[in-house]
Design a protein around this ligand. Structure first.
Ligand code: OAD
Length: 246
């Protein structure tokens, strides 16, 4: 297959030789499905909305109905979106390599809809609801502005991680363990600006992994990666599959 971009032979060799590959994805992987990213200029979500005014516990406390409208809008948008070749190729990669751990910052379930299993959802999931008071997971009634908990009557909230909140304990533990033990770490479609997710690549490198950035716009951390592939995930991953599946 003619290479549409420069994927170094050394990277293909590193992937072929890897016992364990860890993949961290960000909003860029869903961009080709029509789901806006957060920080891309203009079309990014945060370009049109003030993140602090919507995705924080304080915002929810101040105006739960507004926050529910925002998340219901995002759920509708994502429900109409389809996984793209990047999602499908990432899912296929798991069948070509001995062990792949997929960690996503995305909350849109598109990796799962493309067939990936065991996905570590670092920032929760848009479609999970839970009680803001007693933490009981439940499914919100979409016909009311502010759904309430059937157990304690408290307000329900979307099961996503908000600014200032901690990462779900199991997700943090399992992601860190995967970053420490992997031989190759692929950081895909993320601006690498939000920690602790952005620190996983450093953890992998500090444990002798080969670290790779895949992003059409090299990030401010590009210089610390062993390989930087300047391309869209929906183009690069099908090419990686083509090169590995021989
Ligand atoms: P950002 O919007 O910060 O970054 C998206 C990245 O994807 C940018 O670096 C783009 O260059 C890149 N990109 C755009 N199109 C792409 C494509 N087709 N293929 C590959 N890359 C592409 O989104 P994240 O880094 O995911 O947190 O943001 C991290 C976190 O910040 C999110 O999980 C969210 C937000 O606050 C929470 O929800 C807690």
């Amino acid at each position: 297959m003619a290479r549409t971009r420069d994927i170094p032979d050394a990277l293909i060799t590193a992937l072929r030789d890897a016992r364990h590959v860890c993949i961290l994805t960000g909003a860029g992987v869903s961009a080709e499905s029509g789901v806006p990213t957060f920080r891309d200029a203009q079309e990014g979500l945060w370009a049109n909305y003030d993140a602090q005014a919507l995705a924080t516990p304080e915002a929810f406390l101040a105006d739960p109905a507004l926050v529910w409208r925002w998340y219901r809008w995002r759920r509708d948008l994502v429900s109409e979106a389809m996984p793209n070749p990047g999602h499908y190729s990432i899912a296929k990669l798991a069948g070509l390599l001995p062990r792949v751990t997929l960690i996503t910052q995305n909350v849109d379930s598109l990796h799962q809809r493309a067939g990936s299993t065991g996905v570590i959802e670092f920032h929760g999931n848009l479609f999970d609801d839970r009680c803001a008071s007693c933490d009981t997971p439940t499914t919100a009634d979409d016909t009311v502005d502010i759904p309430v908990c059937p157990d304690c009557g408290g307000n329900l909230r979307p099961g996503v991680v908000w600014f200032g909140e901690g990462i779900p304990e199991a997700a943090l533990r399992n992601s860190s363990a995967a970053a420490v033990s992997c031989d190759v770490f692929l950081s895909v479609g993320t601006s690498s600006t939000v920690y602790p997710a952005a620190g996983l690549a450093d953890l992998a490198r500090d444990n002798a992994a080969t670290i790779v950035e895949i992003n059409p716009n090299p990030t401010m951390h590009a210089g610390s990666f062993d390989f930087v592939i300047a391309g869209k995930s929906g183009v690069v991953f099908p090419e990686l599959i083509e090169l590995l599946d021989v």
